[in-house]
Ligand binder design. Structure first.
Ligand code: SF4
Length: 101
């Protein structure tokens, strides 16, 4: 693997620069255990790259944090692991399944 290939592996996808989370404190998306995810989920609600974010989180098996308004707990639910044929519908069904504190 060449050096440019290695650089491509670590380069974030372009859609990430359009995420609203880039404009707020990243700690909101990775709260301490027992901390609230409410503010992060509210940010995601208005994000224009929510579908891309969800697809990325599921494809990369992201274990931590809020992605596309869905907490770690929500992404681990069996129903959430099924392939999404309609990402918007998936978000509507699973966005509120995370543990809300
Ligand atoms: S959906 Fe949420 S976590 Fe994903 S890019 Fe947008 S603001 Fe960030």
């Amino acid at each position: 693997m060449s050096a440019p290939d290695l650089l491509n592996i670590t380069k974030p996808p372009e859609w990430m620069t359009d995420g609203l989370c880039a404009e707020v404190d990243p700690e909101l998306f990775y709260p301490e255990q027992g901390g609230s995810t409410r503010e992060a989920k509210a940010v995601c609600t208005g994000c224009e790259v929510r579908a891309e974010c969800l697809a990325y989180a599921l494809a990369h098996d992201e274990r931590f944090g809020v992605w596309s308004g869905v907490s770690e707990h929500g992404r681990r639910q069996p129903a959430a692991r099924r392939p999404a044929t309609d990402v918007d519908e998936w978000i509507r069904e699973h966005a509120d399944t995370g543990i809300e504190q």
